[in-house]
Each structure stands twice: as C-alpha cells, then as structure tokens.
Design a protein around this ligand. Structure first.
Ligand code: SF4
Length: 346
C-alpha cells in the first residue's frame, strides 16, 4: 500500500468492506461480465440496471454469444434502458474482441482504451477490477467525493478539471488493492456522499472535509452550465387498415434511435396539431383521422424536450412494411414509443 495516501485509502477501504452492497458483478473477475455491468450502469441506477444485467448474462453468458447475437434481439433486451447506442456499441465491441483478440479482453488500461466504445472510465474499471491494475476510475461519484473532501472547484465537465481529478485519484489509489479502492470510492459517493443529502455526521472524512468545513457542500462539484435543451414537435401516425395492420418502420442507422422501430412520423417547427389535409398529403391517400389526446405527451431526453402528438389514422391501403398491430410488441423500440404504445395502443 502506498504509504502517504493511506490517510485516504485505508479508512475508505475499511468502510467499504463493512458497508458495501452485495451486487452480482462484484463477485467476478471475468472482464466480460465487469464490462457488461459497467455499460449497463452508465446513466442508470443500480436498481434499474440489475435485472438487465441478469437478462444479458443469461442470454449471452460469454462474449462470443454476444458477438454472434442478432442485433435486433440485443436491442429488444435493452428496451427500457435508454441511450440505445450503448447496446449497439456493446455488440460491436464484442465482435471486435472476438475477431481481433481471439475473444479475450486486452489486460491493460492502455490496450483496453484502444477499443472503440471503451472510454477511460470503463477501461479503468475493467483493468482494475479484472486485472488489478493500479488505475483510478473517475465517474460522477468520484468527482463528488474528491471535490468535496479536497475542496476543488475546477469544473468537472472541462478537460482541465477532468485531468486534475484523474491525477488526484491516481495519486490516492491503493497500490495493493486498486480494485477495492475503486469500488469503495464509487460506493461511498453513491451511498454516503450523495448529491443532495450527504451523511456528513457519520462520514469517515468529516474531520478533514473541506466542503463541510467551509459550507460548500451544495456548490461542489462544479459543473459548467448545460447545453441548451432543444424543443422538438413530433407527430406519430398510428395507421390502421381494416385487417388491424399498421406501419412500423425501422429508423436509419444513425441518431439516438438508430435501428429502432416506430410509427411514421411528421415533425413541425412549432407546437400545433396537424390538419387532416397535411396527413393525407403525407400519405398520398384519403384517411379518417382522430387525434388521440388533446394534450400532447411530453418526453424529456438529456438535450431534448419532445412534445408528442399521436393520431389514429384509418386508411384503405398500407404500403410495405406492414405489421399486424398485435405483433408490434416483438420489435425493438425507444422508451418514447413504448410509452406511447402503453397509452394509446389500439
Ligand atoms: S463530510 Fe459530507 S460532504 Fe464531506 S465527504 Fe463526508 S459526506 Fe461528503
């Protein structure tokens, strides 16, 4: 253990060994399972990610199983977790590891970073948890703990701030137990030094925490103001012919919903209802149109605010691809489309 950083790592690891939550991916050194859990947990709470981890581990017990899996099946399993590019990258990276690395994960941080779809955080997690490399993970929890304990107000979404926190974390990591240290600091941020109500009275660092001493807990970590949220106005047409068929269309292979299925959609530049004429012009045929809810549905994504209207549109003919309304649950869709189907499916 590095002697001069023991003041930080020793109490942290001791706390972790007593207080940690038991989570399935903590009992393994298999880099594939560690990677799977890390990708699932990005931007996802543990309680929400757990069932997905179990589903994926059961469906694809090894990286080879994932590499040869059908992409639509992978997206379907991922449904509800959001940020679908994670699922597509998961599959792509699995294919690369099987093709170029004989199905074995590279064993060092540097080599892992060379893989498309694996960034510094995930590379550090795999290198330390699976191979005990001394490389610190820095995620949102780590930023919070370090910025508060050491009173650092460098913005965490600027590259200079990220570099500073990475260097600090690397200097604090325990040499003998880098894996435990990384688990411990993330767990500490997730359960003790939480964003809104940190448990300062019972905290192992409360005798030296700069944020506590200077009443700056609510100000740290510092994040520069967010990108402006863009508003979009989407209109989905739930087409229906006399045989209960509809059109459920695969989106192109780019954008956040790449490869997922949805009803035909028209976008407007302002918040308003579509006219029957506009819909008939879009379809190239006459139609019987009903707006399914007077109030638009609001769906928020990280940088988007979507206002969504849904129309039931009865028509004589449908162009291919035609899908039975009773079978659309089998297709991978976005969380928005899932909400929409739950509320309006005919
Ligand atoms: S004293 Fe409070 S703010 Fe400081 S590290 Fe502990 S929990 Fe976080």
């Amino acid at each position: 253990m590095g002697e001069d950083n023991r003041y930080f790592s020793a109490p942290l690891i001791e706390w972790y060994l007593i207080s940690k939550r038991s989570l399935p991916w903590r009992d393994t050194r298999d880099p594939y399972l560690i990677w799977l859990s890390e990708v699932i947990l990005q931007q996802t709470r543990v309680a929400q990610g757990l069932p997905y981890y179990e589903k994926f581990r059961t469906a694809y017990p090894s990286i080879k199983d994932l590499a040869v899996a059908d992409e639509e099946e992978v997206l379907k399993l991922w449904q509800g977790l959001g940020y679908y590019s994670r699922a597509r990258n998961l599959k792509k990276t699995a294919e690369i590891i099987c093709k170029d690395y004989g199905g074995r994960f590279p064993e060092t941080y540097k080599e892992l970073l060379k893989l498309k779809g694996i960034g510094p955080y995930t590379a550090a997690a795999i290198a330390s948890f699976a191979f005990k490399e001394k490389k610190a993970v820095v995620d949102g929890n780590v930023y919070r703990v370090l910025s508060r304990v050491f009173g650092i107000d460098e913005p965490i979404n600027k590259s200079s701030g990220q570099k500073l926190f990475q260097e600090l974390a690397d200097s604090l990591i325990d040499s003998e137990n880098p894996d435990l240290f990384n688990q411990a600091i993330m767990e500490f941020g997730a359960t003790e030094c939480t964003p809104k109500k940190p448990n300062c009275s019972g905290c192992i660092f409360n005798d030296r925490c700069v944020a506590l001493a200077t009443s700056k807990i609510g100000d740290l970590p510092v994040k520069l103001s967010k990108i402006k949220v863009r508003k979009r106005y989407l209109h989905y047409l739930m087409l229906l012919d006399q045989h209960r068929n509809t059109r459920f269309v695969k989106r192109p292979n780019d954008g956040i919903w790449a490869g997922l299925y949805e009803f035909p959609m028209i976008e407007t530049s302002s918040s308003r209802e579509l006219t029957v004429n506009e819909i008939e012009y879009f379809l190239g045929q006459s139609a019987s149109v009903t707006l399914l809810s007077a109030d638009p549905m609001v769906h928020k994504l990280s940088h988007r605010y979507l206002e969504v209207r849904v129309y039931r549109v009865e028509v004589e003919d449908l162009f291919e691809p035609v899908v039975s309304m009773d079978e659309i649950d089998q297709y991978p869709t976005s969380t928005l489309m899932e909400r929409l189907l739950q509320q309006f499916k005919i």
